[in-house]
Design a protein around this ligand. Structure first.
Ligand code: S3P
Length: 414
């Protein structure tokens, strides 16, 4: 089997959340097309609607009338989405909204104190379940702070900046390694008073202009599943058009290129401050690699795929300094290692990563997804190179980021 074809993907998940949020914050009407159709982005949209923001679909375009936020009359259900929870905590804290946030079982077990602590320092009155959901926030006057984030995280950075845009004085946030920088790029484009100095962003009170005809570029994290299939299956060649190529998001492509993957970037251009273009990927032979601290933020969501690719690469691949993976939609270090061991891979679990010795022929297995979309998609690709194929315990969880994952994969198979 091979996979072949040229295709586009639904909009990037991180940019889709932010486009909806910034459109809601602006004082005019915004038009957004190619929004992610995953459940996570629907959670953000629904929460904004509960807070009084008017959102309509007009054919292919989503129209948002931003401006005035009101207290929601029901709990804000963030579903499975950490980005929805953390960004809206910052936004609604700044807007002086009284709200109660809830989520599914996975989200309710994830740490939220990383944003609650700085927001409380800004003056937010809140109640949480020991740093986790459910969380209630109460109308408060916020003041600017200087925050130093020990964890490089775009969600923490964004929550603080979104609160800081309504706070008195200046709010600055510093991270140790650059995490995805969509929030600061978009805030600048929309006229916010924000400056970036190395790893520090400083914001003060500003109003935002609306997003006029913003087309969200395709999701590079979603593209990585298809790129992995193309690399591992012989005689494969795919071209993915209109993909987001922001350097903070394509760490996966940088690393697999170093491992020997044959890639081409085509038609590169900038739109709304973000780089985009096409990526061509063909079947390739891979070597091992060592991945550590500085590489991690740029490929955090793609590490399950790196583990899979490492099982087919020659030599020993080590991934370290990735303990954040234990706090994603599931404990991804455990999910990767347990499932790959069941498929016959030579992988050792570490506290903060894993060591893989390749190449190994994978065998079929029953896969425990832990209801995590990226685990389900990674092991669907692993199944294609295994001798008996795999069975997922919950294939439907792919809808968190890409409901049409299986349909597209079928279409590309030759
Ligand atoms: C995201 C940031 C990352 C990433 C998540 C989306 C965002 O999380 O893993 O899928 O859109 O800001 P962290 O900020 O926790 O690293």
């Amino acid at each position: 089997m091979s996979i072949r074809g040229t295709f586009t993907l639904p909009g990037d998940k991180s940019l889709s959340h932010r486009a909806l949020i910034f459109a809601a914050m602006s004082n005019g009407e915004s038009q957004i097309s190619n929004l992610s159709d995953g459940n996570d982005v629907v959670s953000t949209r629904d929460c904004l609607v509960h807070c009084g923001i008017k959102i309509f679909d007009d054919g292919q375009t989503t129209l948002i009338r931003g401006g005035s936020f009101t207290d929601p009359s029901t709990d804000l259900n963030c579903g499975n989405s950490g980005t929805t929870t953390r960004l809206l905590l910052g936004l609604l804290a700044g807007k002086g909204i009284n709200a109660r946030f809830i989520g599914d079982q996975s989200l309710s077990s994830r740490p939220m104190d990383r944003v609650l602590n700085p927001l409380a320092k800004m003056g937010l009155k809140l109640k949480s379940n020991d740093g986790r959901l459910p969380i209630s926030i109460f109308k408060s006057d916020l003041k600017g702070i200087k925050h130093n984030s020990l964890i490089p995280s775009a969600q923490i950075k964004s929550a603080i900046l979104l609160a800081g845009i309504e706070a008195t004085g200046k709010t600055s946030t510093t991270e140790s390694i650059l995490s995805r920088n969509h929030t600061e790029i978009m805030l600048k484009k929309l006229g916010a008073t924000i400056s970036t100095n190395n790893l520090t962003n400083t914001i003060s009170k500003s109003s935002l202009s609306s997003l006029i005809n913003f087309k969200v570029p395709g999701d590079p994290s979603t593209s990585s599943f298809f790129a992995t299939a193309a690399i591992l299956l012989p005689n494969s060649s795919i071209t993915i058009d209109n993909i987001l190529l922001n350097p903070t998001r394509i760490g996966f492509y940088r690393i697999i290129n170093k491992m020997g993957a044959k890639l081409d970037y085509l038609n590169e251009k900038f739109s709304f401050g973000e780089k985009l273009g096409s990526i061509k990927v063909v079947s390739s032979k891979l070597n091992n690699i060592n991945i550590s601290k500085n590489d991690i933020p740029g490929l955090i969501d793609e590490l399950p795929l790196i583990a899979l690719l490492a099982t087919q690469a020659t030599g020993v691949t080590e991934v370290r300094d990735a303990s954040e993976l234990r706090f994603k939609e599931c404990d991804r270090i455990k999910a990767i290692c347990k499932n790959l061991i069941n498929m016959g891979a030579n992988i050792k679990e570490l506290d903060d990563g894993f060591i893989v010795k390749g190449p190994t022929r994978l065998k079929g297995a029953k896969i425990k997804t832990y209801d995590d979309h990226r685990i389900a998609m990674t092991f669907s690709i692993a199944g294609l190179i295994s001798n008996q194929g795999i069975e997922l315990d919950n294939p439907d969880c792919v809808a968190i980021s890409f409901p049409n994952f299986f349909q597209l994969l079928e279409r590309l198979k030759k």
